[in-house]
Write a protein that binds this ligand. Sequence first.
Ligand code: GLC
Length: 533
Amino acid sequence: MGQPSPARTQGEWWRAAVIYQVYVRSFADGDGDGTGDLAGVRARLPYLAELGVDALWFNPWYLSPMADGGYDVADYRAIDPAFGTLAEAEKLIAEARELGIRTLVDIVPNHVSDQHPWFQAALAGGPERELFHFRPGRGAHGELPPNDWPSQFAGSAEPVWTRMPDGDWYLHLFTPEQPDLNWAHPAVRQEHEDVLRFWFDRGVAGVRIDSAALLAKDPDLPDFVEGRDPHPYVDRDELHDIYRSWRAVADAYDGIFVGEVWLPDTERFARYLRPDELHTAFNFSFLSCPWDAGRLRTSIDETLAEHAPVGAPATWVLCNHDVTRTVTRYGRTDTGFDFTTKAFGTPTDLSLGTRRARAAALLSLALPGSVYLYQGEELGLPEVELPPGSIQDPMHFRSGGTDPGRDGCRVPLPWAAEAPHAGFGGEPWLPQPADWPAYAADRQADDPDSMLGLYREALRIRRTEPGFGDGPLGWLPAPDGVLAFARPDGLRCVVNLSGIPAELPEHSRLLLTSGPLDAEGRLPQDTAAWLRG
Ligand code: GLC
């Protein structure tokens, strides 16, 4: 491995970082019970170091009944026994740090598990009721929910209220096992700031904030009226005060935040990234953008323009644990491109999707800012169509079985082609498809043309070239359907999305391509190149 660039080792490391998302349950199973765990991650740290990532973001690993894959937290200060212990988490954080890899944890402030002691005490009629949103129902006998808000789970017709035996209802934007907290209550704010300190004290470098724009609610909990401003629970102004206090906590540790902020309004989105609020937020507009040169360029320009006034670096995300995997999404030609389309049986051309995903990897890694990489993306894993009987995601059940949910991107990873369960560990909690060994990390490791080979090489170059990462970007003249831009130090990236092979700039040296050039040395369709000069 080359020498780490200065930006990576000191100062504002997060402005140019490559952050690898670990969905622990499906990463690697160290104890053979079929569920991924911290022992599995610790054993694979050398793999992650060799891949060349700067940090790991762990999906929630806390004590949880797993009604929503751990996004239903019963105790923020304990690791779920299925994953390991707090002592192991501390070791993992320290061991990763020794390899130059930082750790980010995931905090879920909008709601807790219905098994959380606060909610249990609330159910028992204690003053903890004030920490949630309990309300009498409407109708003559209170038999109707207090308002008409829609569920946050796409395709779900289920109400966001559940009635208690005493007649009152409680609010849950997600499942009934995830009661929403009342962020107007000072104890809720105090507890979360303590939880942040708890994890910063254990050496984490940052925190991902789940559903970051949903916490604050209109205290009157009015019905939802299309277009009414402010929205009763999305992107309310009160949130900024909350995040300013969080920032003060993080600053004492040099910790950073990345917010999960899905907002169509770019000016409103950028408010979360003001210098005294969150450092970064996921850029979902790039993830949702079709494989089309014009639209990608617009998405990139808009992203950079919206971040510039607040001085925050952009993030580039192609995939995560909630969306259809990249090679499948880019391989769907008949439905257009919709990252929420998870329909069973949608025709997919995986070789096309893989070619595009390889080009998209070089595109996103050449853009200014930080990049998120979801486990298995570096192996080119496709979305899996699970047999309906194996699906566990609550989104599937809350859609009445019409939406396959998000398990198709959460299937346990293949590590070793010849080993049982492709080297994951015990019988996996979600079944792996028959062709999983073909994607195994050990099968790709020595093949420079594999997806893993491409990611390793791209990350190696990116690490040694400070010109990639944060900094300016200048578009270069290019034919229709071709994206070409310059970065500092003479670095260039060219991506051809057109059907016509593209000439590469003269007098430039090729650093890496996502696929072979044609016989005339031109860049074929759905291929990207990095060059210098
Ligand atoms: C976020 C998470 C998702 C979870 C939801 C509720 O969107 O990414 O997985 O279901 O929040 O916590």
